[in-house]
Design a protein around this ligand. Structure first.
Ligand code: MTE
Ligand code: HPA
Ligand code: MOS
Length: 802
C-alpha cells in the first residue's frame, strides 16, 4: 500500500491554497528607451524586474562561455587525482601529448610565481605536488585546441600514486586531532554547574550533511595575455579583486598587471567566493606557458569532484532546562569537516558559533569548535556560511526538549527567545537591540493558523498510521556583516554623460540576486531620474579596486551605500550649479522625476547636465562606504561582529510515508524581515529561492563519499536538487513592514542568506512526523532527511542518542 495523492493534502483546509499574495507584483517591463517618460515615482520600494531578466530569458545575456573567443584561444581540462591520499611519485603525460590537438601539459613545475595559492592560510598548492590530498584534486592541466580534445587527453594522463591512509570524516579527524586550524572555544558562565543544577537534562549527537552549490553556470575562467606582461581575466567570480591578487601572485606579477572582469555569474551561492580563483589561476598559468589565451570551463562532474561544498558538521550536545523547556545551560562540541585545506573554514566555523543561539538566550554555555582536516574537497562558503550549521543544532535541541517534556515545540521556542530588555546578550557578548522575534513569530502563528492545524494533524495521525504528518515553526535571526571586519567596505562610480544618461559601477558582483537592479534603483532616486536612464557596467578590478567579495548578504548594504554616496556627489554638484543660476541655496534645489526643481524654475535633468558640462562641472564621482559600529576580538570571538540582525520565521507542514520513507512538503507560510524593501519582487524571490535551496540541503541533496573517498554523487543523476515538483502547493511569503532601525541604505535589510535557514522548519516538521509515527517522542533523524534516512529514523532503536 502506498500513499495516494490526496493523502498529502495539507491541513490548511480546502486543499492547496491559491498563490501567495506576494504584495505588489505588477512588474513593469524593463525598457531602455532613452526617452522614457518621467514617472515621477521613486524607483526604490517598487517591484521591478531584474535588470537582465529579459536578456536572460531571450538568451541574450552574456556569460563567460558566450564571449566571442580571441583568435588562437586554447582550452584546458584538469588532470584529477584518483586517490584520496597518497604520495605522488610520477605523472606520465606521453599518451595525452600524442593525441590530436593537444598543445601541452601543465604541472606544478610550470608555475613562475609561488606554487601555493595566495589564500589567507597559504596551505593549498596550486597543483598537487608531492602528495595528493583528495580524489579530484587537480594535479595539472591538459591544453588543446578544443574542449573535448583537452578532456579526452586529460583522462589519458597516468598518475603514479602510492596510497596512504585517508581520513574521510570529521569524527575520524577529530579523534586524531587532524585540523586545518586550531580549535576555538566560546564560553559564558558556568555551563557545567548550570547543567548539574537543571531540573532536566538531555544529550545527543547529530550529523548534518554538506551541499553542492549546483550553480547553473559551472566554474569558468578565460585568461587573455595582453601587451607588456599585462592580463585580462574573465572570471565567474564573487570576488574579482581576490582573483586578481591570486593570479598576480601565481604569475609573479604585481596586482596592477592583472584586470579581472565579471559581468554576471549564473549563480554563485558562495561556491565562487574563493574557488573561482583556482580556475582563473589555472587558466592564467596555461596561457602564460603557451602564450595563448586559454579558457577553462569545468565539466559538471569535474566541478563536483574538484570544488568544495557546504561543510558537513557533526555535533555532541548536552542541555539542561526547566519544566517549561527553558535552557539553563548548554555544552556543545561542533566538528566541521573542512576538507584538505583551510579555504574559508575559519570564518565559516566562526559563523556557526555565532549562530548556535539562533533566536534564543542560551544561558550558561560552552561551544567548542573543531576545524577538522579530511581527505576530501576543501569545503567553502555556501549560502549562510556556517550559520545554517549553527541554527540547525539549536533547533534540533529545542525540538528534542519539547518532545521529551511533551510540550508544543513552539512554546519551548518562545520560552527561550531573546528578551528585549533582559536575557538579550548573545554568548559572544553582543546585545540584541533590534529584536522583533516575539511579534514576528506571533503574527506568523496567527496567519498560518499553526495551533489549529497542529490539532488537526494530531487527529489525522491518530487515524492514518501509514501517512504521518508534522508541522513546525522555526525562526531565524541572522547577523549581517562580514565577520572579517575589514571586508565591510565598498566603493562605487557614478558617471553622468552629457546626454543625461547614467552608468553605475561598483565593487559587487551580479549572480542572479538582483544586486545591480537594486543599486540602479538607489542611484536613480538619488539623481531623481527614471530607472531607465541607468545602466550598470560589468564588475572590473580596474574600475573599483580592492572590492570585497559579494557575500555575507551585504552586497546591497555596502555597494548600494557607496553608489548612493557617489550619486549624491554628482547631485550636489548639479544642485549647486542650479542654485548659482537661480540665486537660491543649493538646499532649495530638488532632483525628482527627471527634473531639477528650484524655487525659481523647473528644468529637465538633461538640460541641466548639458549646461553644467559647458560650465565645467564634474558630472561623475566615486563613493566609499564602511559599516559603522562593528568590532570584535578574533581570539575570543566577543564583541559586536554584526551591524544588525535580519529576522524571519517559517511554518512548514509535511507528510511522510512510513512504508517508503518518502516525504512531501505540503504547505509553507513565511514571514520575513527585509526592513523597507528596495524591491519586493526581488526580495520575495530571494526568500522563496533561499527556502527551496535550504529544503534541498535538508531533504534530497545527499553527498556520498565511498570507502575510498571518491564522491559517488557527482552528477544530477545521483545528486538531487529540488525541482518544480518539490515546490509546495501552498507557498506564501509575507514581508515584515518595518524599516531597519540601523541607518542602512533605504531602510532596507540584507536578504540573500537568512531565508535559507527558514527551511529548518521543514526538517523539524519531518522530525515531528517521525516522532508521531514512532509514538515514543523520539526523532533520531539526521540531515538530509532522504527517504532512506527517514526510514532509518523510524526503525532506529529508541535507546540510541537522537
Ligand atoms: N541568489 C541567486 N539568484 N544566486 C546566487 O548565487 N547567492 C546567495 C544570495 N542569493 C545567490 C543568491 C549568497 S550565498 C549570498 S551571500 C548573496 O546572495 C550575495 O548577494 P547579496 O549580498 O547582493 O545579497
Ligand atoms: N560571510 C561570507 N563570506 C565571508 C565572511 C562572512 O561572514 N567572512 C569572510 N568571508
Ligand atoms: Mo554567500 S555564502 O556569503 O557567498
Amino acid at each position: 500500500m502506498t500513499a495516494r495523492d490526496d493523502d498529502f493534502t495539507s491541513a490548511t483546509g480546502g486543499g492547496p491554497a491559491g498563490p501567495a499574495d506576494a504584495g505588489e507584483r505588477n512588474l513593469a517591463p524593463g525598457t531602455h528607451s532613452p526617452h522614457a517618460p518621467p514617472s515621477g515615482q521613486p524607483a526604490t520600494g517598487r517591484s521591478r524586474p531584474h535588470e537582465s531578466a529579459r536578456a536572460q530569458v531571450a538568451g541574450a545575456a552574456t556569460y563567460i562561455d558566450d564571449i566571442p573567443e580571441l583568435r588562437g584561444t586554447l582550452h584546458a581540462a584538469p588532470i584529477l587525482s584518483t586517490v584520496a591520499h597518497g604520495v605522488l611519485r610520477g605523472v606520465d603525460t606521453r599518451a595525452a601529448l600524442a593525441l590530436p590537438g593537444v598543445r601541452g601539459v601543465l604541472l606544478a613545475g610550470d608555475i613562475p610565481g609561488d606554487p601555493v595559492l595566495a589564500t589567507f592560510v597559504h596551505d593549498e598548492p596550486i597543483f598537487a605536488r608531492d602528495t595528493v590530498e583528495h580524489v579530484g584534486q587537480v594535479v595539472g592541466l591538459v591544453v588543446a585546441d578544443s574542449v573535448m580534445q583537452a578532456r579526452r587527453a586529460a583522462r589519458r594522463v597516468v598518475l603514479d600514486i602510492e596510497p596512504l591512509p585517508a581520513v574521510l570524516d570529521a569524527r575520524q579527524a577529530h579523534a586524531v586531532q587532524h585540523y586545518v586550524l586550531p580549535p576555538v572555544v566560546v564560553r559564558r558562565g558556568e555551563p557545567e554547574a548550570a547543567l548539574a543544577g537543571a531540573p532536566h537534562r538531555l544529550s545527543g549527537q547529530l550529523e548534518v550533511g554538506g551541499q553542492e552549490h549546483f550553480y547553473l553556470e559551472g566554474q569558468i575562467a578565460y585568461a587573455q595575455p595582453l601587451e607588456q606582461g599585462q592580463w585580462r581575466i574573465h572570471s565567474s567570480t564573487q570576488h574579482p579583486a581576490e582573483v586578481q591578487h591570486w593570479v598576480a601572485h601565481a604569475l609573479g606579477l604585481e596586482n596592477n598587471a592583472v584586470t579581472v572582469e565579471c559581468r554576471r555569474m549564473g549563480g554563485g551561492f558562495g561556491g565562487k567566493e574563493t574557488q573561482a580563483g583556482h580556475l582563473a589561476v589555472w587558466a592564467a598559468l596555461a596561457a602564460n606557458k603557451l602564450r595563448r589565451p586559454v579558457k577553462l570551463r569545468l565539466d559538471r562532474d569535474d566541478d563536483f569532484l574538484i570544488t568544495g561544498k557546504r561543510h558537513p558538521f557533526a555535533y555532541d550536545w548536552e542541555a539542561g532546562f526547566d519544566d517549561a523547556g527553558r535552557l539553563a545551560g548548554v555544552k556543545i562540541a561542533m566538528l566541521a569537516n573542512c576538507g584538505f585545506s583551510a579555504d574559508l573554514s575559519g570564518p565559516v566555523a566562526d559563523r556557526a558559533i555565532f549562530h548556535t543561539d539562533n533566536a534564543y538566550h542560551l544561558g550558561d554555555v560552552e561551544i567548542a569548535s573543531y576545524r577538522c582536516r579530511t581527505n576530501t574537497q576543501s569545503h567553502t562558503a555556501f549560502r549562510g556560511f556556517g550559520g545554517p550549521q549553527g541554527v540547525i543544532l539549536i533547533e534540533a535541541i529545542l525540538g528534542e526538549i519539547a518532545r521529551h517534556l511533551g510540550l508544543d515545540p513552539l512554546d519551548v521556542r518562545k520560552a527561550n527567545l531573546y528578551g528585549t530588555r533582559e536575557r538579550n546578550v548573545t554568548h559572544y557578548g553582543m546585545t540584541v537591540e533590534d529584536n522583533i522575534l516575539e511579534p514576528l513569530i506571533s503574527q506568523l502563528e496567527r496567519t498560518s493558523r499553526y495551533r489549529e492545524r497542529r490539532e488537526r494533524i494530531a487527529r489525522w495521525n491518530a487515524g492514518h498510521p501509514v501517512i504521518q504528518r508534522g508541522i513546525a515553526i522555526t525562526p531565524v535571526k541572522f547577523g549581517i556583516s562580514f565577520t572579517a571586519t575589514f571586508f565591510n567596505q565598498a566603493g562605487a562610480l557614478v558617471h553622468v554623460f552629457t546626454d543625461g544618461s547614467v552608468q553605475v559601477n561598483h565593487g559587487g558582483t551580479e549572480m542572479g540576486q538582483g544586486l545591480h537592479t537594486k543599486i540602479m534603483q538607489v542611484v536613480a532616486d538619488e539623481l531623481g531620474v527614471p530607472f531607465e536612464r541607468l545602466r550598470c557596467t560589468p564588475t572590473e578590478t580596474g574600475k573599483v579596486p580592492n572590492a570585497s567579495a559579494t557575500a555575507a548578504s551585504s552586497g546591497t548594504d555596502l555597494n548600494g551605500r557607496a553608489a548612493q554616496f557617489a550619486a549624491r556627489h554628482v547631485r550636489d554638484n548639479l544642485a549647486a550649479f542650479v542654485a548659482g543660476l537661480d540665486g537660491c541655496g543649493a538646499g532649495a534645489v530638488t532632483l525628482r522625476g527627471g527634473q531639477v526643481i528650484s524655487p525659481r524654475q523647473t528644468r529637465s535633468f538633461d538640460e541641466v547636465v548639458k549646461a553644467a558640462y559647458a560650465n565645467r562641472i564634474q558630472l561623475w564621482s566615486d563613493g566609499f562606504y564602511r559599516t559603522p559600529k562593528i568590532h570584535y576580538d578574533k581570539a575570543t570571538l566577543t564583541g559586536r561582529p554584526f551591524y544588525y540582525f535580519s529576522y524571519g520565521a517559517a511554518c512548514t507542514e509535511v507528510a511522510i510515508d512510513t512504508l517508503t520513507g518518502e516525504s512531501r512538503v505540503l504547505a509553507v507560510d513565511i514571514l520575513h524581515d527585509v526592513g523597507t524593501s528596495l524591491n519586493p519582487a526581488i526580495d520575495i524571490g530571494q526568500i522563496e529561492g533561499g527556502y527551496v535551496q535550504g529544503l534541498g540541503w535538508l531533504t534530497t541533496e545527499q553527498l556520498v563519499w565511498n570507502a575510498q573517498g571518491a564522491l559517488a554523487t557527482h552528477a544530477p543523476s545521483t545528486y538531487k536538487i529540488p525541482a518544480t515538483g518539490d515546490i509546495p502547493a501552498h507557498f506564501r511569503v509575507d514581508l515584515w513592514h518595518e524599516a531597519n532601525p540601523e541607518d542602512n541604505v533605504g531602510g532596507s535589510k540584507a536578504v540573500g542568506e537568512p531565508p535559507f535557514m527558514l527551511a529548518i522548519s521543514a526538517w523539524e516538521a519531518l522530525r515531528e512526523a517521525v516522532a508521531a509515527a514512532r509514538g515514543d517522542g523520539r526523532a533520531p533523524l539526521v540531515a538530509p532527511a532522504t527517504a532512506e534516512n527517514v526510514l532509518k529514523a523510524l526503525q532506529t532503536d529508541a535507546s540510541m542518542p537522537g
